[in-house]
Ligand binder design. Structure first.
Ligand SMILES: *Cc1c(COP(=O)(O)O)cnc(C)c1O
Length: 458
């Protein structure tokens, strides 16, 4: 399996190089040269990790044998409390909640990050090489990464988070992990400042080389690949002929994985792209308007995004893989802050996707409504997905709403909606009183560079 860049000007690579390089060096994103088919009827029924090996193998087979992949997946998903890893609950007739928050940091990002950490460790120990991982987070990515990489022997991990803008639980998840190779860094700035610092350091090619900088953000193909699996598992549990999914969306990684599952042969009817007030993707999919606005702070911060990186992969596919057209769109984006998607391309997208948007009031109403009807407490991200799908439900096709985070992670929004605090799971309770350890840095790339130089293992 070879991978090509969406921008068409970077070399074709195999999985391992795609894993380690993250972004292609022409600024594009790597995507498989062709889509493999797998037979969903043959999906193992034994455990989630065996299902993961079955679904992911076609993408990694020139890197790992089936047995190696099986071992790696089994290691990765041993951090979940049960071998199913996911939970599926019928909330109302034909309307389901897919619980993706049973992992160690209580958000769906654990699924991809735990596997990514194992992939990195396997590759780097074969090569006998060390790297420096640098990432920015608005909360969930950072905690998932720190948890997944804490025992890694070949990576030193630096995670930037914005001062005062992550929830207390999210911060403690990052700052109470006892590991000599993990450095949570509080930046005196916003999430965008953190992301800009990361970009800046990746563009400094000398420094990138010097410390062997590696990326774990959701443009990394391996993260998308890992997320394909639970679409298959869910389908197997539902025992229906078709299914639709509603996906709370920010960077378009999770819903892209659903689209890939469909490409691989899973009978998915519609994928619903659900956004909060930061609705660039709802505007893009409903009428072709991909123009950036100011980022608004909402109760679902992991979706507070105006640049949706993985959407580039879908655009590339919907333009029939015409990378020149794609490059032109991204030039326009740079010059005019956005572009229009032409009708042909948009119709292509609408074959597979619908979209919806939930205002802050609708998020609150939805948490309250679902709680009253079924006693189930949704986190605000998940509530965005439920609100968007409610308008689209088709009586003949089951609707599965992806539950991307545990409500205890975003308890303030839940209190505001239903008047009390969701119970904190035991494995989270024990971090509340642990001592925090992190570094404070100003929003300045020189300071960050010298900190990384001093602490990196490379
Ligand atoms: C990251 C995240 C999302 C958005 O997922 P994307 O893959 O970026 O679209 C939604 N909900 C939660 C809780 C998240 O952490």
């Amino acid at each position: 399996m070879k991978y090509i860049s969406t921008r068409g000007k970077a070399p074709e690579l195999g999985f391992e190089d795609v894993l380690l390089s993250g972004l292609a060096n022409d600024g594009g994103l790597y995507i498989p040269k062709e889509w493999p088919k797998v037979d969903y009827k043959e999906l193992p029924t034994t455990s989630y990790s065996e299902q993961a090996a079955y679904v992911i193998y076609p993408f990694v087979k020139d890197f790992l044998s089936y047995e190696e992949l099986n071992d790696i997946a089994s290691q990765a998903y041993s951090h979940f409390p049960s071998k199913e890893a996911i939970g599926l609950k019928e909330v109302e007739k034909g309307n389901y909640l897919l619980e993706l928050f049973h992992g160690p940091t209580l958000a769906f990002k654990d699924f991809a990050m735990l596997l990514l950490a194992q992939f990195f460790e396997t590759s780097l120990s074969k090569k006998n090489k060390s790297i420096t991982i640098l990432g920015a987070t608005s909360g969930d990515t950072g905690s998932a990464a720190i948890e997944a990489f804490k025992n890694n022997k070949h990576c030193t991990v630096f995670i930037l988070f914005p001062k005062g803008r992550v929830s207390e639980i999210q911060r403690k998840q990052m700052t109470t992990v006892d590991s000599a190779s993990i450095y949570p860094i509080e930046i005196d700035g916003t999430f965008d400042d953190c992301q800009n610092l990361v970009k800046h350091l990746f563009q400094n090619l000398e420094f990138k080389e010097e410390v062997s900088l590696g990326a774990i953000n959701s443009i990394n193909w391996a993260r998308v690949a890992a997320q394909i699996v639970y679409y298959f598992s869910t389908f197997q549990q539902l025992q229906s002929n078709r299914v639709s999914f509603s996906v709370p969306t920010g960077n378009f990684g999770d819903v892209m994985a659903g689209w890939v599952a469909k490409k691989m042969g899973l009978p998915i009817d519609k994928l619903i792209v659900a956004t909060n007030d930061n609705d660039i993707l709802d505007r893009a999919i409903s009428n072709g308007d991909y123009f950036q606005e100011e980022v608004k702070a909402t109760t679902s911060p992991s979706m507070d995004i105006q640049i949706s990186s993985n959407f580039e992969r879908l655009l590339f596919e919907s333009l029939n893989r015409d990378s020149e057209k794609l490059r032109n769109l991204f030039l326009e984006l740079k010059e005019n802050n956005g572009f229009r998607i032409d009708n042909d391309t948009l119709n292509h997208i609408k074959n597979d996707f619908k979209s919806g948007k939930a205002s802050e009031k609708k998020v609150k109403d939805t948490i309250s409504k679902i709680y009253k009807a079924s006693n189930i407490i949704l986190d605000p991200h998940t509530a965005v997905g439920f609100y968007a799908s409610a308008k689209i439900i088709d009586a003949d096709v089951p609707m599965v709403n992806l539950g991307t985070a545990h409500p205890a992670k975003f308890s303030q929004a839940v209190i505001d909606a239903i008047g009390f605090k969701p119970e904190i799971p035991d494995r989270l309770k024990n971090i509340i009183n642990k001592k925090e350890k992190f570094t404070e840095l100003e929003n300045n790339s020189e300071a960050l560079i010298s900190f990384i130089r001093k602490h990196s293992n490379v």
